[in-house]
Design a protein around this ligand. Sequence first.
Ligand SMILES: [Zn+2]
Ligand SMILES: [Zn+2]
Length: 260
Amino acid sequence: MIQFCSLASGSSGNCLYVETPDVAVLVDCGISGKKVIDTLKEIDKNSDKIKAVLVTHDHSDHISGIGVISRKLKIPVYASMPTMKSILNYDSKIDKYTIIDEEVFHIGDLEISVVKTSHDSPDSCGYIFQHENSKIVVMTDLGFVTNEIIKKCNGCNFAFIESNYDLKMLMYGSYPMETKRRIASEIGHLSNDDCGKLACSLANSGTRKFMLGHISSNNNMTTIAYNTVRDCLIFMGYQEKEFSLDIATKYEHSKIITID
Ligand SMILES: [Zn+2]
Ligand SMILES: [Zn+2]
């Protein structure tokens, strides 16, 4: 059994919660330690169960609260070597950390696989979590979807994926041209349409539960993201009652997803 909850998601701060019967981990911490603790209380989860905080990449919306939460909960930070170097530059007081140097590793009864992503940060990644027959993927901040991603996500019961921007809102929005290009590039973020295509590929390999995250507040709207991905799935022949689609926002925690 795996449970998942987005404590916060978006360019102003990300933190995700993943739990099995024995352990729990956080993915990223770009919000304050207080917000993490308060939100865990809101969703009725005991912070003593959390054994690690895994980092996807070194952008501040994913690491700004890493040191604080590591010290507060007395848990190690898990990251690849390049990401850990940046984290230590950001917060040199972090003393509990583990370098991820294997594609698959374990924390308690949770099996974790690294999925490499294309993003403007060295060694960025998403994570696949497995416990017995439950398999979920957590992946935001990527410019495009590789074949390797599709292969590794095969059979995931649940996917937390990025639906960052609406192309028209980005194009006609107020961001400088250079920023617009970066967001839409192969080392930027997934648009709603890209996310819809990804959801369809995952649905083809069995995924039926989806949650959309890292939704831009400037270049997107939750309703547009939701409708685009839902319409893609329906267009590909999946009926609305066959799948569940949820949204994670920056202000509030998401609902808790349980995969048995
Ligand atoms: Zn981000
Ligand atoms: Zn990023």
